[in-house]
Design a protein around this ligand. Structure first.
Ligand SMILES: Cc1cc2nc3c(=O)[nH]c(=O)nc-3n(C[C@H](O)[C@H](O)[C@H](O)COP(=O)(O)O)c2cc1C
Length: 202
């Protein structure tokens, strides 16, 4: 299903096409495509080139591994994410490896890497749905994550599917229109909270 962004200003086609579906086709993602997704994440920018992201990848080809990752999602996410062929659990390192000082932007950098992966996925006609609803302690325990790393999010990835198969409540979300704040609500100029003239004139 397509659910393109209705933009007020032109943006890249791949960004228009990205959205977070709940319906995934029962079709595996070719391993070389999964490698391309991870390679896209690899080439993300990060503060001091720290690359604080780590990805635990589970595919349906390995049912036990997939069940292990799926069990780390909160139940409402498990309900739909179980149909995706690939699950990624993301983990970050909140301190710099070179000096063990806090890395204030580790989650920012994980987000950049995740977005690189997702933009790459969109360009390859795949879809991704990110999740904060993750049982973080369970990820830590089940995968033996060391104390200097923090479990963060999950990402379900797969090919698109017909939302008709979804349970009623999820289907309603799938079919709901997408919405965003206007630029004037989050782009400020000289004073906090006052829209920059850049975005109030055309
Ligand atoms: C960090 C993050 C966490 C999210 N957590 C969840 C989640 O736990 N469950 C869920 O169904 N969607 C989750 N989402 C998806 C958002 O609801 C979705 O991205 C947002 O509504 C915008 O829709 P769009 O991605 O289709 O543009 C999450 C997205 C992000 C970026």
């Amino acid at each position: 299903m397509e659910k393109p962004a209705t933009t007020d200003h032109p943006i890249l086609d791949v960004l228009t096409r990205r959205w977070s579906p709940y319906a995934f086709a029962d079709r595996p993602i070719e391993p070389k495509k999964i490698r391309s997704l991870l390679e896209a994440a690899r080439w993300s920018a990060s503060a001091f080139n720290e690359q604080p992201w780590r990805f635990i990848v589970a595919t349906k080809d390995d049912p036990d591994g997939f069940a292990k990752a799926l069990a780390c999602l909160v139940e409402p996410n498990r309900a739909w994410a179980q149909h995706a062929p690939v699950l990624i659990l993301t983990v970050t390192r909140p301190t710099f490896t070179r000096n063990d000082k806090p890395n204030r932007v580790h989650l920012h950098d994980l987000g950049l890497a995740a977005q690189n992966l997702i933009v790459q996925a969109t360009g390859m006609d795949l879809f991704a749905h990110q999740m904060a609803g993750v049982l973080l302690d369970k990820v830590r325990e089940d995968y033996g994550i060391p104390q200097d790393y923090e479990p963060a999010t999950a990402i379900a990835i797969g090919y698109g599917a017909d939302p008709a198969e979804l349970p009623e409540d999820v289907r309603a979300k799938e079919e709901a229109p997408r919405s965003r704040m206007p630029l004037s609500e989050f782009v400020f100029g000289d004073n906090w909270g006052e829209a920059s003239p850049l975005v109030t004139t055309s």
